[in-house]
Design a protein around this ligand. Structure first.
Ligand code: CS2
Ligand code: MG
Length: 402
């Protein structure tokens, strides 16, 4: 069996997606997601100009060898561009293998460990009451877990609040939008949001919150402590994690569970966090961390330390990543939760998929492979549109972490 051809499809049905299609001499093809929000064309070129020529003629069944060839063979290891490209190939190859086997991907991985995949939705509003009303909407739809983000009094933009209900779409300007951040205003406000949510909804639902890398370690420790009475499922990306050691300080001060890793690319980015038990949930997902092959390695390592998975699932992760992640989530023994932001109807039409939502859980469906395809004629209707994520500055102009 041989890889015959491969192509990269860029489409923008409401937002940009980069998709890889690998075709074989036996007529079976596989699909992978290569979307890197705000840097899409870099991955497209990495694939088209540097990687795909090396794939033609290879045996698509040798997934591990191809992964190692691309990772070690580049010499320049890791990084979001390289790892997103490897992820796209790896996902497409697992899709091909599962289709050849006539199995849904989760069966090939070892079979289902659970019936459904618990997901959390992203409730957001301009103020506490609007956010609370959104939380109510998710509860009505059957969600068991909801992440709450609200506008902060005195700040014009807050992370997680903006275009879209049932999702959040931050990348929508032709050049990076400048936003202003103020830690004091946020720190004074965040506990009030969860105080109100628990008062209104009680403690039956899981509540989550994303700090989006805005705090220093000691500030994150203080926020985690302040949020303890509200029993969060997790506090996400409390501080940037390049220095993994900084989570030790947060950990020493609070029992609020910690989640991190949506921007990590490899096991090396979370090795210390996991083996020192400095986090509770690892957020890496299929497209960002080298595909199913590498994600599985991270999850198995995390399981040794009772760290559970919590795959990133924002709108910039395409339905292909969502589908593949759901198969992974269905299998992985140390599953925690899966993020689920809805895609637009246009995106759903470009990517027909077998997965579906019911009563707070997603189900991967029974189609052979990962169950997500691309309709190339639909995709061609939506040309690439440059879009950047915002940046953040402090009130005095200092650059901060968005
Ligand atoms: C996020 C994302 O969903 C999340 O947890 O932190 O909104 C993130 O900002 C985007 O995926 C960036 O592309
Ligand atoms: Mg996040």
């Amino acid at each position: 069996m041989k890889i015959d051809a491969a192509k990269v499809i860029v489409t923008s049905p409401g937002r940009n997606f980069v998709t890889l299609k690998i075709l074989t001499d036996q007529g079976v093809y596989g699909i992978g997601d290569a979307t890197l929000n705000g840097r899409e064309l870099a991955v497209m070129s990495y694939l088209q100009d540097h990687v795909l020529p090396c794939l033609i003629g290879r045996d698509p069944r040798r997934i591990e060898d191809i992964w190692q060839f691309l990772y070690r063979g580049a010499y320049w290891r890791r990084g979001p561009v390289t790892m997103s490209a490897i992820a796209a190939i790896d996902t497409a190859l697992w899709d091909i293998k599962a289709k050849m086997a006539g199995m849904p991907l989760h069966d090939l991985l070892g079979g289902k460990s659970r019936e459904g995949v618990m997901v959390y939705g992203h409730a957001n509003g301009r103020d506490i009451e609007e956010t609370a009303d959104e939380v109510a909407r998710y509860i009505d739809m059957g969600y068991k877990a909801i992440r709450a983000q609200s506008g902060v009094p005195g700040l014009t933009d807050a992370y997680g609040v903006g275009r879209g209900k049932l999702f959040y779409e931050p990348a929508d300007t032709a050049l990076p939008a400048e936003t202003i951040w103020d830690t004091r205003k946020y720190m004074n406000f965040a506990p009030k949001l969860f105080d109100r949510l628990r008062a209104r909804f009680g403690f039956d639902h899981h509540l989550l919150h994303d700090v989006h890398h805005r705090l220093t370690p000691i500030e994150a420790a203080s926020l985690g402590k302040a949020l303890e009475p509200y029993d969060l499922f997790w506090m996400e990306d409390a501080t940037p994690a390049e220095n993994q050691e900084s989570f030790r300080l947060i950990r020493q001060h609070t029992t609020t569970p910690l989640a991190v890793g949506e921007i990590f690319n490899t096991i090396w980015d979370c090795k210390d966090l996991i083996q020192n038990q400095l986090i509770d949930y690892i957020r890496t997902t299929v497209v960002r961390a080298g595909g199913i092959t590498h994600l599985r390695r991270i999850a198995d390592f995390a399981a040794l330390y009772q760290v559970r998975t919590g795959c990133h699932g924002a709108t910039d992760l395409s339905p292909v990543t969502m589908g593949a992640a759901l198969h992974f989530d269905s299998w992985v023994p140390n599953f925690g939760i899966q993020e689920y932001m809805r895609h637009t109807p246009e995106t759903d039409a470009v990517f027909p998929h077998a997965y579906y939502f019911d009563q707070g859980s997603l189900y991967p469906g029974d189609a052979a492979g990962h169950g997500v395809d691309i309709d190339e004629a639909e995709a061609a209707k939506y040309p690439y549109k440059p879009a950047y994520l915002p940046v953040a500055r402090l009130e005095d102009g200092t650059m901060w972490n968005w």
